[in-house]
Design a binder for this molecule. Sequence first.
Ligand SMILES: [Zn+2]
Length: 127
Amino acid sequence: MSPFADSYLTKLAERAIDQLGLGKGGGTDFLAVSYSSPDHVGHAFGPRSWEIQDILVRLDKDLAELFEHLDLKVGRGNYLVALSADHGVVPVPEDMQKTGSDAGRRRHRHRARRTTRRQRWGPRRHG
Ligand SMILES: [Zn+2]
């Protein structure tokens, strides 16, 4: 896990805009960029950590850089940005314990064996 992963991804997105000529043709171009560092850091350190604050400050800077690049190469007002997230994040158990919550981690000895389709439904019948 590197605090620079999102910055490298921003550079890659900018390179894709330039090399593919996005926004230069007659049709609509689509570029999807998934910044995953906040997810990894959020799971590992929690939403109240210095680590997530650091990642979010860096992501804010990276997004500003990407938008400036789009302004320069595609033109302000000529592109649309939609931001989304896959989920939020809850405090990690260790952080919850500090605030008095009855929280902890469970260790799984082994995973329950998954039932195969054939075990559950029997052999395939054709026709
Ligand atoms: Zn996640």
